[in-house]
Write a protein that binds this ligand. Structure first.
Ligand code: M6R
Length: 610
């Protein structure tokens, strides 16, 4: 986790660092800091607990702080609580400062060894051992680059670092292993960051560092070396991100902006993937045909919201005759597997950098899963680089910690994958034409669902004093209930659980009383009658229900039952449509609760620690 940014320029780099930090805050936001070196070799470090606004206040009190080279960090605590002393940059000696995103697994051994060499520790972090190690090499006569190269040889774990030193005021050295790091190319200046979005206001041109790379930025000259120390010429990538796409615009929160962007995001994800009445299979990559022909089953691996998308897809795949397993990545990677023959591993991830998903993919490859495909929203991410086939979701940058448009576009991509694999099983061309036509309807149907916002805003009032909520769904809508519950808990801090509606009577019914709102989605599908019976079971016990129901179900308000009509859609795309009101509900409940919607407590957008 954590976000890092660095810059070497002819001008004061402080505004560049602060802008980068603001754009990286999604990676963690419990403490923040910067260190800058000026042309006179003076280093200044300012750190604060809390979000970037706290750092800005501290900088206002120190208006003389400026520099031509600098590094900055926004933290998501792993080792040591979010205190000022644990905030980055960490320093060793009077002039060496370092920021790190990642975890150093052998930090205890290094710490012990450094203590015997006389180092005194100022923090509880695992990062401090890195800066001490670099300092030791500098003291032994190495220059900054050599010191970093020697240091990373003894580090175990995944990390991305940026290092500056007051003795070399025009130099910034970075290195990555496991955690992401990009180099921004400016005119007479150069930058470093955890991702491209951090630098979008200063450059569009980037080098994406490979695993094991070290970069030496010296007076804006950029020299990249691989893990063997060999100089490498990496390809320049031009980012398609625009500054506006990572800015709020007219919206109050990124989450709301991203909910409203879903119709466009879905249209973009479909573009170039369907033609006439059929799927364009080559949109999965040139090898897709061969790999799909050789696939007998699918193993989906993902975390959080992405995992919920996988759960929906299992129903879709199996309906078309494609056996499918879905597993949470952190569980998948840590158990023994009976590897199925010719099984395609499908990873789902917004960020493409979730360490549990990456490790699970690596484990899957090691133990003999046949091929891999990722459905991902971040081009150039580690998952994209490490998968045989790639289907990008074109949702655009998702900044709010609560995932919204990434989820619905993942569902669209999974629907396309189900068609591709279904073609090799039960799917006829007529059926494919019907599924494709339904996908084409999606953007307009999503727009309609978003129009429910005013009524959902009113319903949200009912949650102002609630501490618990229950979500119910059946079939493909059980994962949608899980997703609704996750959204509510992560941004409103209300405890929420989701159950398959048929499971209620096996225990959770005991929880029902007038204080526990029960939210259900009721598409007009073959499970509707069973769902209605479950709803009655709740009402009969004094439970208060809010039901988002397809207008054709003809459900209506009754005592303890409030029905919100959702425009009718075919059951194949209903999970995507019914997600929208649940997203809006959690957003408006969070507003009432007054939480930090885009940066809920204790969380980060991209989870790059185990
Ligand atoms: O970037 P990924 O899709 O791999 O992230 C997975 C989860 O961390 C993520 O979906 C998380 O659960 C969201 N905060 C949920 O809104």
């Amino acid at each position: 986790m954590c976000g890092i940014v660095g810059a070497v320029a002819q001008r004061n780099v402080l505004p560049i660092l602060l802008d980068g930090l603001r754009r990286l805050e999604y990676r963690g936001y419990d403490s923040v800091g910067i260190a800058v070196v000026d042309a006179g070799k003076q280093i200044s470090r300012i750190r604060s607990v809390g979000k970037i606004i706290e750092l800005e206040k501290a900088l206002d009190e120190n208006p003389e702080t400026r520099g031509i080279t600098g590094i900055a960090h926004t933290r998501w605590a792993t080792h040591g609580p979010p205190t000022k002393s644990n905030a980055h940059p960490h320093m060793s000696g009077p002039g060496l400062a370092l920021v790190c995103n990642g975890i150093i697994e052998n930090h205890e051994d290094l710490r012990l060894a450094q203590k015997t060499r006389g180092f005194k520790f100022q923090s509880d972090t695992d990062t401090e051992v890195i800066v001490n190690e670099v300092y030791q090499h500098l003291n032994n006569g190495a220059d900054l680059l050599e010191a970093v190269q020697a240091t990373i040889k003894v580090l175990e774990g995944a990390f991305a670092i940026g290092v500056i030193c007051s003795d070399e005021p025009h130099r910034l050295v970075g290195a990555r292993r496991g955690s992401p790091l990009v180099v921004g190319i400016g005119e007479g200046e150069a930058f470093l960051a955890s991702d491209m979005s951090a630098l979008i206001s200063v450059t569009r041109d980037f080098y994406i560092l490979d695993d094991g790379d070290v970069v030496d930025i010296n007076n804006a000259n950029i020299c990249i070396m691989d893990s063997l120390g060999q100089i490498q010429q990496r390809e320049i990538k031009t980012s398609k991100l625009t500054a506006e796409s990572v800015e709020l615009g007219e919206h109050r929160h990124f989450m709301l902006k991203e909910i409203h962007e879903q119709s466009t995001a879905i249209a973009n994800t479909l573009e170039g993937r369907i033609s006439g009445k059929s799927l364009l299979e080559e949109s999965f990559g040139t090898e897709a045909n061969r790999i799909f022909d050789a696939t007998l089953s699918v193993q989906i691996i993902a975390c959080g919201t992405s995992y919920h998308a996988g759960l929906v897809a299992k129903y879709w795949f199996e309906e078309l005759g494609v056996p499918c397993q879905v597993e949470i990545a952190s569980e998948f990677r840590s158990r023994v597997h009976a590897v199925p023959d010719k099984c395609l591993v499908v990873t789902l991830s917004q960020s493409g950098e979730t360490i549990d998903t990456l490790s699970a993919l690596s484990e899957a490859k090691k133990i003999g899963f046949a091929n891999s495909l990722t459905i991902c929203n971040a081009p150039e991410s580690s998952l994209v680089r490490e998968s045989d086939l790639v289907m990008m979701t074109h949702a655009g940058p998702e900044i709010g910690v609560a995932s919204t448009k990434a989820f619905t576009t993942q569902l669209v991509a999974l629907r396309l994958l189900a068609i591709a694999l279904g073609r090799r099983r039960h799917l006829s061309s007529e059926h494919e034409a019907k599924l494709v036509a339904e996908l084409r309807e999606l953007p307009a149907k999503v727009e309609e669902a978003i129009k429910l916002e005013p009524i959902i805003k009113e319903i949200a009032e009912q949650f102002a004093d609630k501490h618990h909520a229950l979500f119910l769904g059946r079939g493909t809508h059980y994962p949608i209930a899980l997703e609704g519950a996750l959204k509510l808990k992560e941004i409103s801090y209300i405890h929420a659980e989701a159950y398959p509606a048929g499971e209620l009577k096996h225990g959770p019914l005991a929880l029902i009383d007038s204080e526990m709102p029960v939210i259900s989605v009721a598409p007009n599908d073959r499970l509707l009658d069973k769902l209605k019976a479950n709803i009655e079971e709740v009402r009969a016990r004094g439970g208060k229900l809010i039901v988002f129901a397809d207008v054709e179900t003809e459900m209506s308000d009754q005592q303890n039952l409030q029905v919100i009509n959702v425009a009718s859609v075919d059951s194949s795309i209903a999970p995507i449509i019914f997600t929208i009101p649940l997203q809006l509900l959690s957003y408006h409940v969070a507003l009432i609760k007054g939480t930090d919607v885009d940066k809920p407590r204790n969380l980060a957008k991209s989870v790059t620690v185990e």
